[in-house]
Design a protein around this ligand. Structure first.
Ligand SMILES: CC/C=C\C/C=C\C/C=C\C=C\CC(=O)SCCNC(=O)CCNC(=O)[C@H](O)C(C)(C)COP(=O)(O)OP(=O)(O)OC[C@H]1O[C@@H](n2cnc3c(N)ncnc32)[C@H](O)[C@@H]1OP(=O)(O)O
Length: 300
């Protein structure tokens, strides 16, 4: 099921009309203390939905580093789709349950020593995550409470606004070339829409990981806050976004993202074939193995 919410759902006005929230200030219920919270979780995603504010906090919970395994990717998409269908939910704050790591990106072990069928299923799930999150009608805020390489950075870039913990140890960026692999065109397109062509080219070629002040300076993140203020800032920011008339905001979001989304939708199978051919090459498998070995050696 291709999750192309922004394109395929003509539901913005319906969602707006059926909302239980104050149209001028959707967070007003929350500030008046009428909290109705629903918790639900899959194995690897924790969700707390505050029906008064219409905001769900979605925590990645795949220790130790929130690597995006096939299982996590699948759960992620199911969760977003479930929230998207839930009339009491209008915004999502995406964050990590793991201390110091937002997400280590794709689970490299899913891309090593497996069958072509496995690589195809894995890549389809990665595409689905991007289509679901980038194409979401909901307001999405990334509360980046730790380091966020590669697909971790991609998830954050899919959101409408990025708040990062101002910790000198944390970094963020698309580092694929450092692993000897290549960020696909839709990773590139997502970054280009945020940073522009020149900076994206440089960033991707170098596989650059940015410190938090660097990320703020180039606009990869929108706001830096002390670590203990990440969640409260995200809650305040999402209220501002939810205060905008939903149908107008959603149509605008769709207008800005539609081209990129259509490009992947129209080339989805070719992109999977490319990935399977690329990742199955002996030289690429060797690069990934060397990278994993280095990661493990760092600890010794
Ligand atoms: C022509 C083009 C056509 C098609 C496109 C082709 C290809 C595109 C392909 C792929 C795109 C991929 C995007 C990605 O997301 S790749 C993943 C990139 N991720 C990284 O580089 C992060 C690597 N990890 C780290 O840097 C660090 O682990 C850390 C900074 C996130 C955390 O550091 P810590 O010191 O806190 O923790 P560690 O001890 O390093 O790690 C703990 C544990 O976890 C394992 N691990 C870490 N990251 C991953 C990962 N991404 N996948 C799987 N496993 C990971 C690490 O090895 C440790 O395991 P052990 O405890 O030693 O068993």
């Amino acid at each position: 099921m291709a999750a192309l919410t922004l394109l395929r759902r003509g539901s913005a006005p319906a969602r707006l009309l059926s909302g239980t929230l104050n149209a001028r200030n959707p967070c007003i219920g929350a500030t008046q203390g009428c909290h109705l919270r629903r918790h639900f979780s899959n194995n690897k995603i924790l969700v707390e939905l505050d029906e008064a504010s219409g905001v769900a906090i979605m925590k990645l919970n795949n220790p130790p580093v929130n690597s995006l395994s096939l299982e996590l990717l699948t759960e992620f998409c199911i969760t977003i789709e479930k929230l998207e269908m839930d009339r009491s939910c209008r915004g999502v704050i995406l964050t990590s349950a793991a201390p110091k790591i937002f997400s280590a990106g794709l689970d490299i072990t899913e891309m090593c020593g497996k069958s072509a069928e496995h690589y195809a299923a894995f890549w389809r799930a990665v595409q689905e995550l991007w289509l679901t999150l980038y194409g979401s009608n909901m307001v999405t805020i990334a509360a980046i409470n730790g380091t966020s390489p590669a697909a971790g950075c991609l998830m954050a870039m899919c959101c409408d606004f990025r708040i990062m913990a101002d910790n000198p140890k944390y970094t963020i960026g698309l580092n694929e070339t450092q692993l000897g692999i290549v960020a696909p065109f839709w990773f590139k397109d997502t970054m280009t829409n945020i940073l522009g062509h020149r900076l994206t080219e440089q960033s991707l070629q170098l596989g650059q990981m940015y410190t938090t002040p660097e990320a703020l300076k180039i606009g990869l993140v929108d706001q830096l806050v002390p670590e203990d203020k990440v969640q409260s800032t995200a809650a305040a920011v999402i209220c501002n976004w939810l205060a905008v008339p939903a149908h107008a905001r959603q149509i605008t979001k769709s207008m800005m993202r539609k081209q990129n989304i259509e490009r992947l939708v129209n080339h989805r199978e070719a992109d999977i074939d490319n990935f399977v051919n690329f990742i199955g090459k002996d030289s690429i498998q060797k690069s990934l193995q060397v990278y994993m070995d280095r990661l493990k050696q760092r600890k010794q």
